[in-house]
Design a protein around this ligand. Structure first.
Ligand code: SF4
Ligand code: SF4
Length: 182
């Protein structure tokens, strides 16, 4: 018994006072992912990377919106979303107190507007993503005119881009022009 008491005195307090005092969180702790809708461009990179299907992206073409959502009830705090995000819009925090009264409260959403193709008018991506891609690509342009052309090109949907590319190739190649006309 004396030996045991000596050991207790040597070790000191081995438990934490949590929840009566804030818990001591170690460095590198992976807690609740926090999403910043201002930085988010709704690119869906994080939803593809999430192994637990805790992240989702739903497009409503009629409403012209794309909805990003996280279900904290499914999150396994792996941090893949943080690693894959190109804009730093999602990152893990040290928050681990996720209890809610209603299951639905575990789901957080952010709604983004869709961009419409300059050529066919169909919605094809989130407006913020199109703007982001256009801005990044235009930063490599060598003149303001080229930058404007690149930005305009980013506002064309992949389907129309393919058609425009084929037409351009056909115009510059008479043999291809004949095959396209058949
Ligand atoms: S931390 Fe992992 S499981 Fe949670 S949302 Fe991000 S990728 Fe998905
Ligand atoms: S990867 Fe980042 S920018 Fe893209 S949808 Fe997820 S949080 Fe938003």
């Amino acid at each position: 018994m004396l030996k045991f008491l000596k050991e207790v005195l040597r070790v000191g307090e081995a438990t934490q006072k949590y929840p009566f005092a804030p818990a001591e969180i170690c460095e590198g702790f992976r807690g609740r992912p926090e999403h910043d809708p201002i930085r988010c461009i709704a690119c869906a990179a994080c939803t593809s990377a999430c192994p637990a299907n805790a992240l989702s992206m739903k497009t409503d073409a009629d409403a012209g919106t794309r909805t990003w959502a996280i279900n904290y009830g499914q999150c396994v705090f792996c941090g893949r979303c943080e690693e894959s995000c190109p804009t730093g819009a999602i990152s893990l925090t040290k928050d681990f107190e996720l209890a809610v009264a209603r299951k639905d409260d575990l789901i957080k959403r952010a709604v983004f507007k869709l961009a419409y193709c300059r050529s066919c008018g169909a919605p094809f991506a989130a407006a913020k993503e199109v703007e982001y891609v256009g801005r990044i690509l235009a930063s490599y342009a060598t003149s303001p005119e080229e930058a404007e052309r690149i930005r305009a090109n980013a506002e064309v949907c992949p389907e129309c881009k393919r058609k425009l590319d084929v037409e351009q190739i056909a115009r510059s190649n008479p043999v291809q022009q004949m095959e396209t006309a058949r």
